[in-house]
Design a binder for this molecule. Structure first.
Ligand code: NDP
Length: 329
């Protein structure tokens, strides 16, 4: 039977970059037929309907069906996978509380609709920002659905980090592993190179050889470059990162469904691992085994790294408190 995939904000830029790759089999494999549900707000319906026409013209052998709707109940009916891309962007003069409230008004009802309509094996990936807290809001509203089924995308941050490290070391990105992202998908995120390997060996001596003072390189070059990459893309390209965000979304879901042979990063529910308060959706080093994410435990974190993890997690706590104060959690 085909897998039903619901994409919210499907008429937007990331949606447009996602749809054709999903239809081509990049996410679930070349043997897995897919049915797509494109969920939009009324203003986005035209763009989503246009994309649906183009999907038809792609004559994708794996694409069984495409449906466009602005009704969440219809959109999530029988969904096995939900990609929550549509979100309210920060407008001029908008405070963080306004942004959180606007998004709580989107992700709360979507979580409820997922609980009411989606298939029992539903897996949710939140891309729309603030992704971690939006995922938390959706999970809280989805009564009866395990919180482990709700995740936030931090794979783009990890892909960026691996690519930067590969460039620094003069290595191939496919040889770089174990560069987890900790915390929030925001400027406070902590891309961690302390466990990184190149072609299976620790990067330690080679990295010292390339950059000298590793701590200084991390603080002055590596972390800001990764955390501010989105702004760099906007400056150079004249518009936000879209294809790389879509590509990372595909990587995340593919690994979730098909499993990983090493660590990757995802925003997942904390059960208190590494001192991250229970119930937050925070990015951790994770593996996917038998269709489930599990947090890689027992890693040593030195004081410097601990402070970085704590700062990003503190921001997640603040976001959760702000949404609670609004009575939306
Ligand atoms: P994009 O498709 O470019 O982005 C969608 C969301 O992804 C934004 O929240 C954006 O956050 C986030 N995002 C996450 N990672 C990245 C990244 N690396 N680079 C850029 N964005 C990233 O936005 P569009 O405006 O083109 O499309 C949004 C669509 O969503 C519209 O068609 C709109 O109608 C729809 N929408 C649907 C809703 C619904 O279904 N209920 C609700 C609200 C909107 P950031 O803002 O921080 O860049």
């Amino acid at each position: 039977m085909a897998t039903t995939i619901t994409i919210t904000g499907a008429g937007g830029q990331i949606g447009y970059a996602l749809l054709f790759r999903i239809a081509a089999g990049d996410m679930l494999g070349a043997d897995e037929p897919v049915r797509l549900r494109l969920l939009e707000i009324p203003q986005g319906l035209g763009a989503a309907e246009g994309a649906a026409l183009e999907l038809q013209d792609g004559a994708f052998p794996l694409l069984e069906h495409v449906e466009v709707t602005d009704d969440a109940a219809t959109g999530f009916e029988g969904a096995n996978i939900a990609l929550l891309v549509g979100a309210r962007p920060r407008g001029p003069g908008m405070e963080r509380a306004d942004l959180l409230a606007a998004n709580a008004g989107i992700f709360g009802p979507q979580g409820a609709a997922i609980a009411a309509r989606a298939a029992s094996d539903i897996r949710v990936t939140v891309v729309g920002n603030p992704a971690n807290t939006n995922a938390l809001i959706a999970a809280s509203a989805a009564e009866g659905v395990p919180a482990e089924r709700f995740t936030a995308l931090t794979r783009l941050d990890e892909n960026r980090a691996r690519a930067q490290l590969a460039q620094t070391l003069g290595a191939s990105v496919s040889d770089i592993r174990r560069v987890p992202i900790w915390g929030n998908h925001s400027a406070t995120q902590f891309p961690d190179t302390s466990h990184a390997t190149v072609a299976g060996a620790p990067v330690g001596a080679l990295l010292v050889d390339r950059v000298g003072d590793v701590r200084r390189w991390q603080e002055d070059t590596f972390i800001p470059r990764v955390a501010k990459r989105g702004a760099e893309i906007i400056e150079v390209r004249g518009s936000s990162s879209v294809a790389s965000a879509a590509s990372a979304t595909i990587d995340h879901v593919r690994d979730w469904v098909q499993g990983t042979d090493d660590w990757t990063s995802a925003g997942v529910i904390s059960h208190g691992e590494y001192g991250v308060p229970e119930g937050l959706i925070s990015s951790f080093p994770v593996r996917s085994v038998a269709g489930r994410w599990s947090i890689v435990e027992g890693l040593e974190i030195d004081d410097w790294a601990r402070a970085r993890v704590d700062a990003s997690v503190a921001e997640l706590v603040e976001e959760r408190e702000a949404v609670r104060a609004l009575g939306m959690l």
